[in-house]
Design a protein around this ligand. Structure first.
Ligand SMILES: Cc1cc2nc3c(=O)[nH]c(=O)nc-3n(C[C@H](O)[C@H](O)[C@H](O)COP(=O)(O)OP(=O)(O)OC[C@H]3O[C@@H](n4cnc5c(N)ncnc54)[C@H](O)[C@@H]3O)c2cc1C
Length: 568
């Protein structure tokens, strides 16, 4: 039987990254829980061992239950009757297995029934679940909405809601409306304060809500009558036990069939405010979405892995012209680039997760005591890195998942177009990753300020100073040249002082930065574990070198007057 964790040694490599020691020390507050909980780790080695064991269990459930159910769930899908959602039978089995194994509320403190996991090993679980069934991955991993409730809710809300999620209740994030998609400032769902009942009431419609019949919802709503922008929005907690929200319909969609995408009608639904009024979008939903973007990056890496596995297995088995198709350069080229994108994207994902872990753990400590000046500096440094890396991790991995799924079908030839092969499901499921939680264009909007303010370049220059093995030195030298090209392209666009031109080439600039960052991460990984990453480091450096030259050529030769030729 497959184990989706132990079968992928790259995951264990990332789990053992040296930054984990600091993460564990902060997250475990110097291992103080060991006195109170017998399952709490005693020290760093014990903590890593416990993550490893939980990942192994997740890998086992994934291999033995979730993966075998995926096809049936895809065919059956969820149903909607009387305003409620009924999951596909395989989804129910999957959820049941995850809850029984205690894999809910994983990142929450032990006093609420959680496992106090850092984001990094939790994200690994999300990746491996998505590799088996990306649709189910959504339902299970929406548990990370509880992070936002933990961060911004009060103690009373913590004690009422967090234990329920740790016990297996599900969550949803209700943001999108028919007229408010990428532009969430336009959200109009109305929140009014009911003086008589001393509670808030929600009225309106939400669209495209994943797992919209969840037990607990985080809802973005307009609490300030007469306002039109983000400053009039607040975040609310809606508890299904209170009633007032019905599912009008489930969308009929291209992929992730197991994941119910719902239209919700709020009729005087009782809700409670989470955090302060007016900070709903500006602060809380931004935090919620950053967490969810990391989740979609993990889902994308899982899908990339699944696409690679399917492509590789087929290429080894299929024979044409008297030999296995994997022996044709045109085929092994596709596979090598798929693997390189997978390894590079995963390196970026877990680097981002580690940055998030450090700043979030320090944020949490700051709720208990004042941080020292060194800790404050560390918190700021990692928060900035996490903010700048998150749109890259989401943007690049979701595009790579789509590219890998496309190549997986190509390797299968005509069989890839047939419904009996898993690659068609992977292809359909991957398509959404570059759309929800902010399209790739919106990830570019989030990332471009780190291009123009020089943050990415500074990170790249820091990476250049990290020693690497002699084998990797020539690759690193090529990366220095690529960074120079990125710097020159950026300077050219900045010099023009033309905002439209900057917006026009923003995605190319973002990709240049991301390509170089990922190649550096791969070189660092190949230095420590050449048996796992050396080939991908070579292939990826070669691949991105051509990409960087293409983008530099495009930007360098671009004449601003030509912009008018592009306008419809
Ligand atoms: C299956 C599925 C599940 C979903 N789950 C959830 C959920 O759980 N909760 C939730 O709240 N929402 C959810 N969504 C909604 C999802 O987040 C939005 O669909 C997405 O953010 C895009 O919004 P939109 O569909 O309105 O597209 P639009 O915003 O109308 O975008 C259309 C196009 O215009 C581009 N565009 C828009 N603005 C800009 C800009 N400023 N710069 C450059 N390009 C721009 C976009 O990139 C895109 O190409 C889900 C959607 C789907 C399909």
């Amino acid at each position: 039987m497959a184990n989706y964790y132990t079968d992928i040694p790259e995951l264990k490599y990332h789990l053992n990254n040296p930054m984990m020691e600091r993460i564990c020390e902060l997250k475990e507050r110097e291992y103080r829980d060991k006195e109170e909980f017998d399952y709490a780790p005693q020290d760093y080695a014990d903590a890593i061992d416990s993550y490893d064991k939980v990942l192994e269990i997740t890998g086992e459930i994934t291999g033995e239950i979730i993966a075998p159910n995926a096809e049936g769930v895809d065919a059956e899908g969820p149903h909607c009757a009387n305003g409620r959602v009924e999951y596909a039978s395989g989804t129910k089995q999957n959820l049941d297995a995850m809850v029984k194994a205690g894999l809910n509320g994983m990142t929450m403190p032990r006093r609420f029934g959680g496992l106090n996991f850092p984001i990094t090993p939790y994200t690994m679980c999300a990746e491996i679940v998505a590799a088996a069934d990306a649709g189910f991955g959504n339902i299970w991993s929406l548990q990370d909405c509880i992070e936002t409730l933990y961060e911004f809710g009060n103690e009373d809300q913590h004690s009422r809601f967090i234990p329920r999620v740790c016990a297996g209740e599900t969550m949803s994030m209700d943001l999108t409306e028919p007229d408010a998609g990428s532009d969430l400032q336009s959200v109009m769902l109305k929140a009014t304060f009911d003086e008589k009942e001393n509670c808030w009431r929600l009225n309106g419609v939400k669209r495209f809500i994943t797992n919209g019949d969840a037990d607990l919802h985080l809802v973005l709503a307009r609490s300030e009558a007469g306002t039109k922008d983000g400053r009039g929005l607040s975040m609310f907690i809606y508890d299904k036990r209170e009633g007032g929200v019905n599912v009008r319909r489930i969308e009929n969609k291209l992929g992730i069939h197991g994941s119910p995408t719902c239209e919700l009608v709020y009729k005087n639904a009782k809700a409670e405010l989470c955090g302060d009024r007016k900070l709903g979008l500006i602060k809380y939903v931004m935090a919620l979405m950053n967490g969810a973007r990391l989740g979609i990056a993990a889902q994308s890496v899982g899908l990339s892995q699944a696409a690679y596995n399917e492509g590789l297995a087929y290429a080894r088995e299929r024979k044409q012209f008297g030999k296995a198709i994997i022996d044709f350069p045109a085929v092994y080229d596709m596979l090598a680039i798929m693997k390189a994108k997978l390894d590079a994207g995963r390196a970026l994902l877990y680097q981002t997760a580690r940055y998030v872990d450090i700043y979030k753990a320090l944020d949490d400590i700051a709720r208990e005591r004042k941080l020292t000046p060194e800790e404050r500096k560390e918190q700021k440094q990692y928060a900035k890195l996490a903010d700048s890396f998150t749109p890259l991790a989401k943007g690049m991995n979701s595009e790579y998942a789509n590219q890998n799924a496309y190549d997986c079908i190509q390797i299968h030839g005509g069989s890839g177009f047939m419904m009996e092969y898993a690659c068609q499901r992977i292809y359909r499921d991957a398509r959404i990753t570059s759309i929800y939680e902010g399209t790739t264009q919106l990830q570019t909007v989030a990332a471009i300020r780190y291009v123009t303010n020089g943050s990415y370049l500074a990170t790249i220059r820091d990476f250049e100073a990290i020693p690497c093995s002699a084998e990797m030195e020539p690759l690193k030298a090529r990366l220095v040249e690529m960074a120079n090209k990125f710097e020159a392209s950026m300077a050219k666009v900045k010099e023009s002082q033309n905002q439209e031109l900057l917006d026009f080439v923003a995605r190319r600039l973002m990709e240049m930065a991301a390509d170089i960052i990922m190649a550096h991460l791969l070189i660092q990984d190949a230095t420590k574990a050449p048996e796992l990453f050396a080939k991908s480091a070579v292939v990826y450096t070669h691949y991105v070198e051509a990409e960087i030259e293409k983008h530099q050529g495009y930007i360098g030769r671009f004449n601003t007057e030509e912009l008018s030729s592009y306008r419809p």
